[in-house]
Design a protein around this ligand. Structure first.
Ligand code: CDP
Length: 271
């Protein structure tokens, strides 16, 4: 039996998450943002894997390093974790390699997980909601690197499939590989695109930043770099499934693109 899943994939800032959340509301389904889980794992790694921070303190497994750094303090403060811009780099600015097993061990032990709050699966690290903290620049800069690791992808996929299995109703899941790898049997797959300029404009607007030419150029370059990393990685690269419906949203409003996806869902008797 195919899972009760609508898969929405597409490049960075193509409107996947906003569309998926609104479609889920319209259908009275739940929403799972898989990118939020990759971001939560990245945040956990930045805060707890010594080598990743360039401080040389990493190494060893999570069990050898109980409790992971920063966790106890966060629990006590009831906070989400660091927001610094350069916590992932050593003083020289050089980056250090990530150890996939170590990252998965950290994600397991903290734990990093998805929790259903209302109709949305929220990312948590060590029992704290990290929905805001995962949007920081330092996480965005490193997330594609973490998401390229086979072991991390396997772990994230297990979390997603379990979350969907546990949930009695349907789930709208958005990401890069939902229709191709995570839920290849989803009864509806949508691949959202938009021009690079429009995606950059949307991302700046989402952050409440000024939309001037310099910022637009900088943001478009950052999005392009992430798309390039996501599309060319060896494991589960960003691409449309052969049976996905492609939707170019460049000139569509959010309401229009939501209407289109809801119409496709209704045609397939979903929701
Ligand atoms: O919201 P935005 O488009 O900026 O990205 P996101 O959905 O939060 O995803 C952040 C990163 O996670 C992406 O750039 C990918 O590297 C990774 N990701 C992935 O590899 N596979 C997914 N299914 C979802 C996200």
């Amino acid at each position: 039996m195919s899972p009760k899943v609508i898969a929405i994939d597409g490049p960075a800032a193509s409107g996947k998450s906003s569309t998926a959340a609104a479609v889920a509301t319209r259908l009275a389904w739940a929403h799972l943002d898989s990118g939020a889980l990759y971001r939560a794992v990245t945040l956990a790694a930045l805060d707890n894997v010594g080598d990743a921070r360039g401080r040389g303190g990493g190494g060893g497994t999570a069990s050898e390093r109980q409790p992971p750094r920063g966790v106890q303090e966060r629990r006590e403060r009831g906070e989400q974790g660091g927001q610094g811009e350069h916590g992932d780099q050593g003083q020289s600015g050089e980056r250090h390699p990530w150890g996939p097993q170590q990252i998965v061990a950290i994600a397991e032990s903290l734990p990093v997980r998805l929790v259903l709050v209302g109709a949305a699966f929220r990312p948590e690290v060590a029992g704290v909601d990290v929905g805001e903290a995962i949007r920081s620049e330092r996480v965005t800069r490193r997330v594609s690197e973490i998401a390229a690791l086979r072991e991390v992808r396997h772990w994230v996929n297990v979390q997603q499939r379990e979350a969907v299995l546990r949930h009695a109703g349907g789930v709208v899941v958005d990401g890069r590989d939902i229709g191709t790898v995570v839920f290849p049997d989803a009864p509806l797959k949508v691949f959202l695109t938009a021009s690079p300029e429009e995606r950059a404009r949307r991302r700046l607007a989402q952050r409440g930043q000024a939309i001037d030419p310099t910022e637009l150029k900088r943001e478009a370059a950052a999005l392009a770099a992430r798309d390039q990393a996501d599309s060319t990685r060896a494991v589960a690269p960003l691409r449309a499934a052969a049976d996905a419906v492609r939707l170019d949203t460049t000139v569509l409003s959010l309401a229009e693109q939501v209407n289109r996806v809801v119409a496709l869902a209704r045609e397939r008797h979903l929701g």
